[in-house]
Structures are given as structure tokens and as C-alpha cells.
Design a protein around this ligand. Structure first.
Ligand SMILES: Nc1ncnc2c1ncn2[C@@H]1O[C@H](COP(=O)(O)OP(=O)(O)O)[C@@H](O)[C@H]1O
Ligand SMILES: [Mg+2]
Length: 205
């Protein structure tokens, strides 16, 4: 049995994460991986209820951070850790880097408190690989404006998303061994080819 692996998809809203998750899952299944597709906030019944609150109910930044990490704790305990223990490949649409980028970068919430929550909740667990869909905030806004009604985050202005991007950049430079930065402003086939190139550099793929 292959050992379990944990891949996270990160980037601002409209960057193309969801668009590539299914293709990635299909490719991984062809290669013999048992794939678990999930997302944050969410992934379990409780965490999905917390997601609804976080995306739609007004709240202060600490409440938001606590709810996001509460959802993450449930997700890790109920779904991610058992799946990794069984040897599955877990593909997760957003994880803790998003908390640092959105709550930390976007909202200006304390990175130190986020770091403590990360330690408590994850007990050392980190993704094996983080695919970071990086693109200009204006391009992402155009893409999502074409297709969907905004939630509490998506309704923010360009300056907010520029801070979120800077938050991702900071996380990427602090953990370069697990981050792969993708040029997500490219056409879809180019982004997919880049993802495939990244995967082929991994010893375990
Ligand atoms: N490389 C791309 N070029 C142009 N449009 C794209 C590309 N990737 C995704 N899209 C479109 O942009 C929108 C946002 O993509 P999505 O995958 O939902 O982003 P995310 O999950 O990161 O918010 C969707 O309408 C999607 O079809
Ligand atoms: Mg998405």
C-alpha cells in the first residue's frame, strides 16, 4: 500500500483551484491512488455547518479565526488523519495557508495567534505538497465576477485580495519545500501542464 499523502490547493478566490481538483483526482486514481477529495472550511458535517457561518455571518476577526480552526480540527480528526492512515491521497481545496492569507494577510489578524492555533489544532501535521495558484487579484476578480454571487470574502475589494496574495507569498517563502507556485493567470491547459510537471518532480508520485 502506498503511504498516505496530503495535497492542498491554495490561492485567492477565482484562481482556478476547484477547476483543477477533479482532473487531479482522476489522474491520481489512474495511477492507483485511493483519492479523498475535500475542502476547507468544511469536509465533515460539523465543519460544513461552521463554513456556512464563516462565509455568511458577520463576526470579528478572532471569532472567524477560531471557527475556521475549530472546523479544521474536526476535519483533521474525523476525515484527514484516518484517510492518511489508510494510505489515501487527500486532495484538499484550501487549508491552513488560507487562514494565514485571509485572516492574517487580508484581515490583518495576528500571525502569532494563528501560529498558536495551527500548533494546537494540527499537532505537527502539514501538507506534503501545496499547489499555490498565484495570479493577479484583478484577473481573479474578472474570472469569478463572470460566474458567481460573492460570499463575505469574495465581496472584498482588490486591495484585500492583494493583501491575501502577499499573505500566501509569505507562507510560501517560509516553507519552500512544500510550496509549488503555479502561474495561474495562464490558459487552463498551461496551468494543468504546470501541475503535471510539479507532480513528476515528486519522488512519491
Ligand atoms: N486558467 C483559466 N483561465 C481562464 N478561466 C479559468 C481558468 N481556470 C479557471 N477558470 C475559470 O475561473 C473561474 C474561477 O475558477 P475556480 O476554479 O472556481 O477558482 P477557485 O476555486 O480558485 O475560486 C471559473 O469560472 C473557471 O471556469
Ligand atoms: Mg473554488
Amino acid at each position: 500500500m502506498k503511504p498516505g499523502r496530503f495535497i492542498t490547493f491554495e490561492g485567492i478566490d477565482g484562481a482556478g483551484k476547484s477547476s483543477h481538483l477533479d482532473a487531479m483526482a482522476a489522474w491520481a486514481r489512474e495511477r492507483g491512488h485511493d483519492v479523498v477529495l475535500t475542502r476547507e472550511p468544511g469536509g465533515t458535517a460539523l465543519a460544513e455547518r461552521l463554513r456556512e457561518l464563516v462565509l455568511h455571518a458577520p463576526m470579528d476577526a478572532l471569532t472567524e479565526a477560531l471557527l475556521v480552526f475549530a472546523a479544521r480540527r474536526d476535519h483533521l480528526v474525523q476525515l484527514i488523519e484516518p484517510a492518511l492512515a489508510r494510505g489515501s491521497l487527500v486532495l484538499c481545496d484550501r487549508f491552513t495557508d488560507a487562514s494565514f492569507a485571509y485572516q492574517g494577510g487580508g484581515r490583518g489578524f495576528s500571525l502569532e495567534v494563528l501560529g498558536r492555533l495551527e500548533d494546537w489544532v494540527q499537532q505537527g501535521r502539514q501538507p506534503d505538497l501545496t499547489l499555490w495558484f498565484d495570479l493577479p487579484a484583478a484577473t481573479a476578480a474578472q474570472r469569478r465576477g463572470a460566474v458567481r454571487a460573492p460570499d463575505r470574502f469574495e465581496a472584498q475589494d482588490l486591495a484585500f485580495f492583494e493583501r491575501v496574495s502577499a499573505g500566501y507569498a509569505q507562507r510560501a517563502s517560509a516553507a519552500p519545500e512544500r510550496f509549488a507556485r503555479l502561474h495561474a493567470q495562464g490558459e487552463r491547459p498551461a496551468v494543468w501542464a504546470e501541475i503535471q510537471d510539479v507532480m513528476r518532480t515528486l519522488a512519491w508520485w
